[in-house]
Design a protein around this ligand. Structure first.
Ligand SMILES: *Cc1c(COP(=O)(O)O)cnc(C)c1O
Length: 369
């Protein structure tokens, strides 16, 4: 008997992407078995962290990397590292910031809310987030003004579909921070496929999620400059104690990175395109629904399926359809952020063909009643 039946839990088909309230992602059997094996062993945790460091550096080309509890923890601990450096007394003092730089600059449109506000990750260290520009965007002149403050610890940037405003030239913002002698951190939680590109902006630290597309147990990877990664690790004797990675998560990350290295990326992408094209072709035949293959808005290497609902022909609008999908058994979750425009978006990466047929079957039922 599966866990859902055993504990009376709702069965879910997740076409919403790596969505935290639904358990984020699926690990492969390989990652799951390494994780399970880790649980029954003892390890010298420092050795395990050194293994993660080497594996992340090899996989990304960065100088160093480490694993913390999650991306959110990665943001907090990266900010803390920029405030404390290698000083053990500073690590022990946080969130008391006396004598440390404590302003964290971030573009206003990057003050995202991914279930909680990212500025709270900053405030947890004792630092003060200071927003630059407006939701519409920011200019490098406005950022320059921010750096005029005497106490700037770091610049925090976000690469996500959640950011608002004109696309920020990340590399130029990073270069500006460096001209002021300040490190730049990028939160690229769901952008693990693009981590080399994000490091290519010159950013000192990039944080990505283990449990999103990488498919490890819950973990945050902090990747970049050796001295700053060591300063992130040093936080475990301070505020990072509450954000530490488990042994099984570190093993899971190492296994997932190795598996990704062995994956034939082009074949994987071709399979994703095939899956979405097949789904779109079948969904297009349904009454009142037209479907299209659309690219990922952040440049991730797989497409999504977009359904446009014609309420007159389908007998229900996009919002009602999304609600009906969710309230059935199994509960089907789609991205409904454009439902007012009559559109629903589905991300199919973790789904099996069998699950896709269940989704198509339900769409057919709902658009004909
Ligand atoms: C998911 C997400 C996070 C948080 O990731 P966790 O690993 O759940 O802490 C942070 N930033 C962005 C942009 C995200 O999408």
């Amino acid at each position: 008997m599966g866990l859902h039946d055993q504990y009376g839990l709702t069965r879910v088909i997740n076409a919403r992407g790596p969505f935290t309230p639904l358990g984020v992602s699926r690990s492969t059997d390989g990652v799951a078995s390494v994780t399970a094996e880790a649980l029954s062993g003892f390890f010298v945790m420092e050795e395990l962290k050194d293994l993660a460091d080497r594996t992340i550096a090899e996989a990304t080309g960065a100088e160093a990397g480490t694993v913390v509890h999650c991306t959110s923890a990665g943001i907090t601990l990266s900010v803390a590292a920029s405030m404390t450096g290698a000083s053990q007394s500073r690590v022990a003092a946080l969130p008391d910031t006396r004598g440390m730089p404590k302003t964290v600059l971030l573009p206003a449109g990057h003050a995202v809310d991914y279930g909680h506000p990212i500025v709270q990750d900053v405030r947890l260290t004792g630092a003060t987030p200071v927003l630059v520009g407006s939701d519409a965007g920011f200019t490098l002149d406005e950022l320059e003004e921010g750096f005029a403050r005497p106490d700037v610890a770091c610049l925090l940037l976000v690469s996500s579909r959640l950011t608002r405003g004109d696309d920020v030239p990340l590399a130029e913002a990073v270069a500006l921070a460096h001209r002021h002698g300040v490190p730049a951190i990028i939160d690229g939680a769901a952008q693990d496929f693009r981590v080399k590109e994000l490091l290519g902006t010159g950013a000192d630290l990039v944080t990505v999620s283990g449990q999103k597309y990488l498919g490890s147990p819950t973990a945050g990877l902090v990747i970049g400059r050796g001295d700053l990664v060591r300063a992130v690790r040093a936080q475990e004797k301070g505020i990072g104690r509450a954000m530490k990675p488990s042994k099984e998560a570190i093993f899971g990350v190492v296994a997932a990175l190795r598996a990704r290295h062995e994956t034939h990326q082009q074949a994987w992408e071709k399979e994703q395109h095939h899956k979405v094209a097949r789904f779109v072709e079948r969904a297009s035949g349904l009454r009142g629904i037209s479907a299209a293959v659309v690219p990922d808005p952040t440049g991730l290497p797989f497409p999504r399926a977009r359904l446009s609902v014609d309420p007159a022909a389908a007998g229900l609008n996009a919002a009602t359809l999304a609600k009906a999908l969710q309230s059935g058994t199994p509960s089907i979750w789609v991205m409904a952020h454009d439902q007012d425009k009559g559109e629903l978006t589905l991300e199919l990466v973790p789904l099996t063909y069998q699950e896709l047929d269940v989704v198509l079957g339900r769409l057919a039922e709902l658009s004909q009643t």
